[in-house]
Design a protein around this ligand. Structure first.
Ligand code: SAM
Length: 255
C-alpha cells in the first residue's frame, strides 16, 4: 500500500516509517511513504503557501494553488487512482472499520492542514473524504496522517507475525481487547488470574471472551450496543456482571 502525504513537514510524517511495525512494513516493501510539500509550489521568494482569510479574522489559511499542485504531482506519479483524505477536526471520527476499508485501496493521499486550515475550495474540488482524530484541535494534520499510516500498516497482510496478529486487537471484532499479563505471576500484590496459568485453552478462550465483553460493557457501552450478542456471549456477560457485583476488580479474583 502506498501513501502520498501532502504536508509542510515531511520529516514529521516519514518518521513513522523508521521504527517498529511501520518501519518493518517499509523495509519489507509492503508500505510505501511518499511526501509532497506544497512549499515546493509556493509563490515568490518565500514560497508562500498561506494567506490572510477573506472576511478578516485571526490566522492564515492554506492556499488552493500550492496544495493542488502538490496533489497533482502525486496523482501524476500514480499507477492507480488516488483516494484523497484530508485530516481535519471537522471530518468523520476515525474508526477501525474505516481503516479496514482503506487498506483495500492501493494508493491513498493524506492531506495535512496547518494554520487556520485549508481553503474550502480545495476540500470541495480535490478531496474525497475528511477524517478526524477526535473532538480536539491539533496544530496540524501530520499526527493524523501518522495515525492512519500506523493503523493501516498493522492490517496489511504479512506485516504482523502470527504472535502479534491484529485479529485480537480492540475493535477488530467490535469489542475491546481482554486484559493481558506476563511474568512475574505476582506484581504489586496482584496475582495473574489463575485460569491463565492452568493450560486449559478452552477455559482461557472463554475467560478472554468474557473479559472482552465485560470491559466493553463497562468502558464502551456504545460499542456493545452495536453488537448482536449470541446466547453464549450473553451468558458470559451475565457471569461477568455477577462477579463484578460480588466486588473487587475481576482480574484480582481467583477464577
Ligand atoms: N480552524 C480549524 C477548525 O477549527 O476546524 C482548525 C485548524 S487546525 C489549527 C490546523 C490543522 O490541523 C487542520 O487543518 C487539520 O489538518 C489539523 N487538525 C487539527 N485537529 C485535528 C483533528 N482533530 N483531526 C485531524 N486533523 C486535525
Amino acid at each position: 500500500m502506498r501513501f502520498d502525504i501532502v504536508t509542510l513537514f515531511p520529516e514529521l510524517v516519514t518518521a513513522v516509517g523508521e521504527s517498529g511495525v511501520t518501519g518493518r512494513a517499509v523495509q519489507q516493501g509492503r508500505l510505501v511513504l511518499e511526501t509532497w510539500n506544497p512549499r515546493d509550489w509556493g509563490a515568490g521568494f518565500h514560497q508562500a503557501v498561506d494567506d490572510r482569510p477573506y472576511g478578516g479574522g485571526p490566522g492564515m489559511v492554506m492556499q488552493y494553488g500550492p496544495l493542488a499542485s502538490a496533489l497533482e504531482a502525486a496523482r501524476a506519479d500514480a499507477t492507480a487512482p488516488l483516494h484523497v483524505i484530508a485530516l481535519t477536526p471537522q471530518g468523520r471520527p476515525i474508526r477501525q472499520a474505516m481503516l479496514r476499508e482503506l487498506v483495500r485501496k492501493p494508493r491513498v493521499a493524506l492531506v495535512c492542514g496547518r494554520y487556520e486550515g485549508i481553503d474550502e475550495r480545495f476540500i470541495e474540488a480535490q478531496v474525497d473524504e475528511e477524517w478526524s482524530l477526535g473532538d480536539y484541535v491539533l496544530s496540524g494534520g501530520e499526527l493524523g496522517a501518522m495515525v492512519v499510516i500506523d493503523a493501516c500498516a498493522r492490517l496489511l497482510p504479512g506485516v504482523l507475525g502470527h504472535a502479534d496478529s491484529a485479529g485480537q486487537d480492540s475493535f477488530s471484532e467490535g469489542l475491546l481487547d481482554c486484559p493481558h499479563y506476563t511474568r512475574p505471576e505476582v506484581a504489586a500484590g496482584r496475582a495473574v488470574p489463575s485460569v491463565l496459568l492452568g493450560g486449559d485453552h478452552g477455559a482461557i478462550r472463554r475467560w478472554r471472551r468474557r473479559e472482552a465483553l465485560g470491559r466493553t460493557w463497562e468502558r464502551r457501552p456504545d460499542l456493545l450496543a452495536r453488537e448482536e450478542l449470541g446466547v453464549e456471549d450473553l451468558a458470559l456477560l451475565d457471569e461477568y456482571r455477577v462477579e463484578r457485583r460480588k466486588g473487587g476488580p475481576h482480574t484480582e479474583s481467583d477464577d
